[in-house]
Design a protein around this ligand. Structure first.
Ligand code: ISL
Ligand code: CA
Length: 538
C-alpha cells in the first residue's frame, strides 16, 4: 500500500469564531489563529482543519458561503489567510479547508442571479420545483422555501439561507472544481467536505444521502482538482456503512482519502429518535461492536478510517461519555488513548486536548446555534416544556462545542479583550485552561502530545491488525498486532473498578494514565484506567 503523509498525521480542528480573538470584537479571527500556531506546534499536530472562514452572512457560522474566494470581514482578509498558510507551513503544519458545496448562502451571487432571473444559467445551479414535497430540513420545518417572484420553491436541506446546489448541472460542477483549484494553488493541505454524501440527492424521490451519481461526481472532482496532488480529503458522511466508506476511500477508486463515519456518535441519542432524545450514559458494548466493525472491515489498503470523539456539531465528549467530576482528567486521557491507537487518522477538536466540557446553558438567549434555536421554536410550538428543551440542548446542542477556547485564567479565559464574547465563556475556565495544562506535566495536554508524537513515529499504528478482546462490559480492550509485535490497549470506561485478565508478560509501556504494575499484580482496573503496552506473544 502506498503510504501518504496523512496515514501518520493527527489533525486539529479549529472553529474560527471561537479559537482566539486578536482585535477585541469578541469573535475569533485569523490573526488570533496565527498567534497560537506555536501552541499547536508544541502539541505536534500535522494539519489544521479550518472550519469555514469564507465570506458569509453567518446564518450558520460560515457554513453558508456567499463568496468562496473571499474571507469574511470578521475573520480578516485574504492577506491574513495567506499569512496563516505561510506561518503554518513554516512550522510544518498544513491547512485543510472546509469545502461546503452541498449548498451556498442565499446571498451568493449565483443565487441572487438565480432568484432575480429565472432565465439565467444560474437558475439551474439550484433546485426549483412548482410544488414542495414533504422533505424536511435538518434545521426543522419544510426543506422548501417559496419564492414570490417566480412562484416556485427552492430546496434547502439546511436553513432557508442555505439553498441546495444542483449537482446535475455540469457548468456548476466545473465552477466548483475551479474554486477548489484556486485554493489548491494557494498551497492548502486538503479539504474537509461538508455533508458530501448529499451531493447525489434526488429530492423528488426523497433521496438525500448516497444518491446514484454521488461517486461519479467525486471521481470527476478528484480528476479535475486534488487528484494530482498529495492532499488529504475527508468527507463528512453521516450515512456511511463500512462498505460505502470503502467506496470513497479505497485508493483504487480515486475518490477521497477517508470519510467521517458517525455510527458511534449515533449512540448519543435513543435508537431511531432525533438527536434531542439523548441516551443516558454510554452503551459500552455497543461502542465496542461499532468500532470493531469499522476497524476490521476497512482493511489496510482497501479503505481508511477517521477517528474522532468531537467536532463543532457535537457535545464535548467528557460531558456525554467521560467524567466531568473527579475523573475529568483521567477519563479524558483514557478516551484519548482508546481512540488514538486505533487504525485511522485521529482528529482533535479545539479544547479537547485540555478537557473542555459542555456549557451550563440556562436559557435560549445564551444560544447562537440555528439548529438548537429552530428546534426550540418548533418544540415550544408543539407544546414541549422549555425546561425539557433546555435539558436536551444542554446535553447535546451544538453550542457546547463552540464556546470560546480557554487559554488562561485571565478575563474571558484569555480569548478576548471584551466581555461581550459572541458566546459566553465556560465558567470553569479558571481551572480548565491551556496555561494551567502547560504548567502541569501530568495534564491531559501532554497525553495528547505523546499520542500525536507516537502517531508520527510508530509504523505499527498504520500497519497492525485490530482485534477486539472479550472483556467485562465496561472495559474496552483490543490488540494491535503485526507479524513481529503485539500491542494491547485497555481502557476502563467507567468510574468503577473492573476485573481484567492480563496474562501476557508486559514488555514495555507505550502510554498510560495509571500504574501498570499494579494492574498486572491485582488484575484489576481502577476507574478510568487506560493504557497501551507492548506484550510478549502469548
Ligand atoms: O450537527 C448535526 C447533527 O448533530 C447536524 O445538525 C449537522 O447539520 C450535520 O452534521 C451536518 O453538518 C455540517 O453541515 C451543516 C453545518 O451546519 C454543520 O456545522 C456542518 O458540520 C450545514 O452546512
Ligand atoms: Ca476578532
Amino acid at each position: 500500500m502506498k503510504k501518504h503523509w496523512w496515514h501518520s498525521a493527527t489533525i486539529y480542528q479549529i472553529y474560527p469564531k471561537s479559537f482566539m480573538d486578536s482585535n477585541g470584537d469578541g469573535i475569533g479571527d485569523l490573526q488570533g489563529i496565527i498567534s497560537k500556531l506555536d501552541y499547536l506546534e508544541k502539541l505536534g499536530i500535522t494539519a489544521i482543519w479550518l472550519s469555514p472562514v469564507y465570506q458569509s452572512p453567518m446564518d450558520d457560522n460560515g457554513y453558508d458561503i456567499s463568496d468562496y474566494e473571499a474571507i469574511a470581514d470578521i475573520f480578516g482578509d485574504m492577506s491574513d489567510m495567506e499569512e496563516l498558510l505561510n506561518q503554518a507551513n513554516q512550522r510544518g503544519i498544513k491547512i485543510i479547508m472546509d469545502l461546503v458545496v452541498n449548498h451556498t448562502s442565499d446571498e451568493h451571487a449565483w443565487f441572487i442571479e438565480a432568484r432575480d432571473n429565472a432565465d439565467s444559467p444560474e437558475r439551474d445551479y439550484y433546485i426549483w420545483r412548482d410544488q414542495p414535497n414533504d422533505l424536511v430540513s435538518t434545521f426543522s420545518g419544510s426543506a422548501w422555501e417559496y419564492d414570490d417572484k417566480s412562484g416556485q420553491y427552492y430546496l434547502h436541506l439546511f436553513s432557508k439561507k442555505q439553498p441546495d446546489l444542483n449537482w446535475e448541472n455540469e457548468e456548476l460542477r466545473h465552477k466548483i472544481y475551479d474554486m477548489m483549484n484556486f485554493w489548491i494553488d494557494k498551497g492548502i493541505g486538503g479539504f474537509r467536505m461538508d455533508v458530501i454524501d448529499l451531493l447525489g440527492k434526488l429530492p423528488d424521490q426523497k433521496i438525500r444521502e448516497n444518491g446514484p451519481k454521488l461517486h461519479d461526481y467525486l471521481k470527476e472532482m478528484n480528476q479535475a482538482s486534488f487528484g494530482k496532488y498529495d492532499l488529504l480529503t475527508v468527507g463528512e458522511t453521516w450515512g456511511a456503512t463500512p462498505e460505502i466508506a470503502k467506496q470513497y476511500s479505497n485508493p483504487d477508486n480515486q475518490e477521497l482519502s477517508m470519510v467521517f463515519q458517525f455510527e458511534h456518535i449515533g449512540l448519543q441519542h435513543k435508537p431511531d429518535r432525533p438527536k434531542w432524545d439523548y441516551a443516558e450514559g454510554l452503551d459500552v458494548p455497543a461502542l465496542k461492536r461499532i468500532f470493531n466493525k469499522w476497524q476490521t472491515q476497512l482493511e489496510l489498503g482497501q479503505g481508511w478510517n477517521s477517528l474522532f470523539w468531537n467536532n463543532h456539531d457535537l457535545p464535548r465528549v467528557l460531558s456525554i461519555w467521560g467524567d466531568t467530576g473527579i475523573y475529568r482528567e483521567k477519563s479524558a486521557k483514557a478516551l484519548a488513548i482508546l481512540l488514538h491507537l486505533m487504525r485511522g487518522t485521529p482528529y482533535i477538536y479545539q479544547g479537547e486536548e485540555i478537557g473542555m466540557t459542555n456549557y451550563p446553558f440556562e436559557d435560549l438567549e445564551q444560544l447562537e446555534d440555528i439548529e438548537s434555536l429552530n428546534y426550540a421554536k418548533e418544540a415550544l410550538e408543539d407544546g414541549k416544556d422549555l425546561s425539557q428543551i433546555m435539558d436536551s440542548i444542554r446535553v447535546i446542542g451544538r453550542d457546547n462545542a463552540r464556546t470560546p477556547m480557554q487559554w488562561s485564567n485571565a478575563a474571558q479565559a484569555g480569548f478576548s479583550e471584551t466581555e461581550k464574547t459572541w458566546l459566553p465563556v465556560n465558567p470553569n475556565y479558571q481551572t480548565i485552561n491551556v496555561a494551567a495544562a502547560l504548567e502541569d506535566p501530568d495534564s491531559i495536554f501532554y497525553t495528547y502530545q505523546a499520542l500525536v508524537a507516537l502517531r508520527k513515529e510508530a509504523e505499527w499504528l498504520v500497519d497492525a491488525d485490530f482485534e477486539l478482546l472479550d472483556t467485562e462490559d465496561k472495559v474496552f480492550a483490543y490488540k494491535r498486532y503485526t507479524e513481529a509485535e503485539t500491542y494491547l490497549v485497555v481502557v476502563n470506561l467507567s468510574d468503577q473498578e473492573q476485573a481484567i485478565k492480563l496474562t501476557c508478560p508486559v514488555q514495555e509501556t507505550i502510554i498510560s494514565n495509571t500504574d501498570i504494575k499494579q494492574v498486572v499484580n491485582t488484575q484489576t482496573l481502577k476507574p478510568w484506567d487506560g493504557f497501551c503496552v507492548k506484550v510478549a506473544r502469548p
